[in-house]
Structure formats: structure tokens, C-alpha cells
Design a protein around this ligand. Structure first.
Ligand code: MLZ
Length: 266
């Protein structure tokens, strides 16, 4: 469900172009999601990426899973694409000589982990290996994004949301994702091959609920006097995209490595 937001209209109104599919590390057809709520799998602990934990699917949205680590609380759910390499069928860790770890913030005494693991897996519905995707799509060979291109991006402060965004800047292999209509409050830099950014139209294909742009600045307001396309072409060499025209400095919060995602503010 896309509300009343239409990319087609919005691109016309903003005179912007959608970043082409070859910019993204995403499959052209979103991967099928055959998972079910309650299924268990192995996942890397997002707060401690060297450890592999048991996770339960607590929700599904488009090609993504909402996951909760067994033994953790319900305040640290995270979302993964079904074709993420960070999720594996149960048994994979051990097969590779690893050991399943308690999640960071395990709610019981560390000594009770072996018994907890036994109990959590006993009688559990394990996600079958066939519904996992063999590998992630390949990364584009370089950063093909251009400032001003539109895309859909995970709001990392509210990771259940995918929102309309604009490339605000480029920094080597990194892309500044700016959220339309939010005055920079949710912006972040990510690598060009991040799995959190998608081409325009992704949510329409997966059935995800694309959030409409915010109303906090003129980025989302339709231009009352749009230039005719011919004039736009003429000026396109000199005009910078709206996102690049915002008055600096606007604040991008520093990202603490390993910081917890902030609790959702809705
Ligand atoms: N309810 C929250 C959600 C903001 C989501 C922004 N996404 C780019 C707020 O209004 O702050």
C-alpha cells in the first residue's frame, strides 16, 4: 500500500530522476519471501557482528524479515532482506566449525546459555534451507550514484520504514542518503552497495509500505510553477538538485560504531 504517494507524479514535480537499477546492490526482481512468523534461523548479532545467534521471525514485510534474537528482549528487533548473507539456516554455524552465541544483552546468566539454547531449539520450527537465497546480489563495480538522484531507503532510526530519498552528496564509495521532507534529521552516509537502499519502485514490487515524504521542508512541496521540460533541459547543467541547494550546515549525527538503533519515534 503506497498511500497516495506516486513516484511518477513526484519525479515530475521535483524534476528529478530515479537512480537507475545498476547503481544498487539489489536483485532486479525482489527476492521471494517464503518465511513465516515463528520460524527460527541463524543471524549475526547486529550489536556484535562476530557472533552468530538464534533468531525468530517476528514479522514479515515485503522481501524483509523482522527478527528478534532468542534470549534478547523485544526492544532490539532488526530487519534483514531474505537474501542477506547475515541470515542462515540453523546448523550452518556448527557446520562451519562455529558455536552459537548468546545475544548481546542475554537476559539470563551466561552460564545458563547451553540449556537455554537446547530449550529454544527443542521443537522449534526451523526455517527450511530451501527458502534462503544462495547469495546476495553482486555489488556494482563502482559508485554510479549522482547527486540529486531519487531512491527508496531504510530509515535507520525507524528501520521498519522505507522512505523516498535523494542522493545528497558523494564521498568516495559512500552516498549521503537524504530523506525528502525531513530537513536532514534522518540522513546518513552509507556505502553505495548498502542493502538499505533500493531503486524507485522497489516497495511497489515487494508490497512494502513506502512512507510518503515528510512535510518539514520544501523538498516535498510540489513546485507551483514547474518549468516546461525544455527549459529544464536547458538549465540542467547549471541547476543543482534541491537536496544540494539546502543551506549548510545541517547536522548529520555522528554514528557511534556499534551504537544501538534509537528507539522508534512515531
Ligand atoms: N513519527 C516519526 C517518524 C519519522 C520518519 C521519518 N522517516 C524519514 C516522526 O515524525 O518523527
Amino acid at each position: 500500500y503506497q498511500g497516495h504517494f506516486s513516484w511518477e507524479k513526484y519525479l515530475k514535480e521535483t524534476g528529478a530522476i530515479a537512480a537507475p537499477a545498476h547503481c544498487f546492490r539489489q536483485s532486479t526482481t525482489p527476492p521471494a519471501n517464503e518465511f513465516k512468523a515463528g520460524m527460527k534461523l541463524e543471524a549475526q548479532d547486529p550489536r556484535n557482528t562476530t557472533s552468530t545467534c538464534i533468531a525468530t521471525v517476528v514479522g514479515l514485510t515485503g522481501s524483509r524479515l523482522r527478527l528478534r534474537l532468542d534470549g534478547s528482549d523485544n526492544k532490539n528487533d532488526f530487519w534483514r532482506l531474505v537474501d542477506s548473507h547475515e541470515i542462515q539456516p540453523i546448523g550452518n554455524c556448527e557446520k562451519n566449525g562455529g558455536m552459537l552465541q548468546p545475544p548481546l544483552g542475554f537476559r539470563l546468566n551466561a552460564s545458563s546459555w547451553p540449556m537455554f539454547l537446547l530449550k529454544t531449539l527443542n521443537g522449534a520450527e526451523m526455517a527450511p534451507a530451501r527458502i534462503f537465497h544462495k547469495q546476495e546480489p553482486p555489488a556494482p563495480e563502482q559508485n554510479f550514484f549522482k547527486v540529486g538522484m531519487k531512491l527508496e531507503a531504510v530509515d535507520r532510526k525507524n528501520p521498519h520504514f522505507i522512505c523516498p530519498a535523494t542522493v545528497g552528496a558523494l564521498r568516495g564509495v559512500e552516498v549521503l542518503v537524504t530523506f525528502d521532507g525531513w530537513r536532514g534529521a534522518f540522513d546518513y552516509y552509507c556505502r553505495y552497495d548498502s542493502r538499505d537502499i533500493f531503486p524507485v519502485g522497489w516497495c511497489a514490487l515487494t508490497g512494502d509500505n513506502l512512507q510518503p515524504p515528510g512535510t518539514k521542508d520544501r523538498l516535498c512541496a510540489p513546485n507551483p510553477n514547474p518549468l516546461p521540460p525544455s527549459a529544464r533541459d536547458l538549465l540542467s547543467g547549471t541547476l543543482r538538485p534541491p537536496s544540494a541547494r539546502r543551506t549548510p550546515p545541517y547536522i548529520v549525527l555522528p554514528k557511534t560504531p556499534g551504537a544501538l538503533p534509537e528507539a522508534s519515534v512515531e
